[in-house]
Design a protein around this ligand. Structure first.
Ligand code: NAD
Length: 368
């Protein structure tokens, strides 16, 4: 049986609760003879700060560098609001992204038919929606220098951020998008604002050249980021893979996520550069945060976390069939009407985090 090494970083708030449900699914996979997962548990965020005074320890960083994939819960919470900036819980997440070189953030927005009415848009607009937003994660305006506030005197200050992209950064994120599209509906929409930004002009030029040179079989469209925001809520099913920079990707993927109902449903993957064997450093995490308002109450929806593990199977371990099984098990369980509180809708009753995890494992057993 194939064996993979996972580092589990559950983090804070509901992180440990939803991670427990992933462990159940991984154990079921081993029991079913599909794959074996050797897991190590580490600390990140507030939990790591409480233990080591840092948002992630060097020994856990070492484990993260050595494992086949990091499975990450969530970090943060009011308990750590006053800790120094460089050791705040989010610093652990940023350090992982930076040191693992996770430049590609994949956020699927899938609308399960059973949840179409939970969306803020009409059922016919979102039912069956299946799009993938590929966001550049390590460059652009969040990291460009200079980045500062200058005192101009006379009570005036100037805030400066710098949007900067080099050819190689645009090419490598473009490749991720084109490769994904080939396994989906073969269509990429690239988005920037070349009408007002030089980095957008370069983004457009490099993406076109890459397309022509390496991916002429994939359909490529371009759409300005503001227009794309509008089209996402008007007619989202026109898209397959969307590729965009760090800033626009941050905003557009949040818009797309809300099309699908609840934050508790949304997984993500962050991938690094492929090595000579095609292997990438990778981290998988739900889009949601640590949800301090419901932590410890058994109310968290574990589906985003379980689906993130499903993405690990698909993108790190080449186990597409097993990943499909997880997606199907989640969809089937939802179709029976089982709901956690965040997706309650008109349901008469809701189930706990543990009950939802148990139901998904039972469904996996059924469809195996
Ligand atoms: P949040 O995602 O934690 O919660 C937003 C709302 O969604 C809350 O009402 C919460 O109860 C609900 N929710 C989130 N996940 C859910 C789930 N699985 N099941 C059911 N309901 C769920 O965002 P927030 O409240 O803005 O932030 C809380 C803390 O999380 C902050 O400290 C923030 O910095 C941190 N945060 C961390 C990450 C991360 O670790 N990647 C991401 C976002 C926010």
């Amino acid at each position: 049986m194939a064996t993979f090494k996972l580092l589990l970083l559950a983090g804070d708030g509901i992180g440990p609760e939803v991670m427990t449900e992933v462990v159940k699914v991984a154990d079921w996979m081993a029991g079913a003879g599909i794959a074996l997962f050797e897991t190590e548990n580490g600390l990140v965020g507030g939990a790591a700060y409480d233990a080591h005074g840092k948002a992630i320890s060097e020994s856990d960083m070492k484990l993260a560098m050595e494992c086949d994939a990091v499975i990450f819960g969530a970090v943060g919470g009011p308990k750590w609001d006053a800790v120094p900036y460089d050791v705040r819980p989010e610093a652990g997440l940023l350090r992982l992204r930076k040191d693992l070189g996770l430049f590609a953030n994949l956020r699927p927005a899938i609308c399960y038919p059973a949840l179409a009415d939970a969306s803020s848009l009409k059922r016919e607009i979102v039912e069956g929606l299946d799009i993938m937003i590929v966001r550049e994660l390590t460059g652009g305006v969040y990291f460009g220098e200079p980045k500062e506030i200058i005192d101009l005197g006379n009570g005036q200050k100037r805030g400066i951020d710098t949007q900067v992209y080099d050819t190689y950064e645009i090419e490598r994120i473009g490749r991720v998008a084109f490769e994904l599209a080939r396994k989906r509906n073969n269509k990429v929409t690239s988005s920037e604002k070349r009408n007002v930004m030089k980095s957008g002009v370069l983004w457009h030029e490099v993406t076109n050249a890459l397309h022509k040179r390496e991916y002429p079989d994939v359909q490529l469209d371009h759409m300005l980021a503001d227009a794309l925001g509008m089209q996402l809520v008007r007619w989202p099913k026109q898209f397959d893979v969307i590729v965009t920079d760090n800033l626009f990707g941050d905003m557009l993927s949040d818009v797309a996520s809300m099309l699908t109902g609840s934050l508790g449903m949304l997984p993500s993957a962050s991938l690094g550069e492929a090595d000579k064997n095609g292997k990438r450093k990778a981290m998988y995490e739900p889009v949601h945060g640590s949800a301090p308002d419901i932590a410890g109450k058994g109310l968290a929806n574990p589906i985003a976390m379980i689906a993130s593990f499903g993405m690990a199977l698909r993108y790190s371990f080449n186990m597409g069939e097993a990943a499909d099984m997880i997606d199907k098990a989640c969809a089937n369980v939802l179709a029976t009407g089982l709901r956690t509180a965040d997706i309650k809708g008109d349901a008469a009753a809701t189930v706990s985090t543990v009950q939802m995890g148990d139901a998904i494992v039972a469904e996996l057993q059924k469809i195996k």
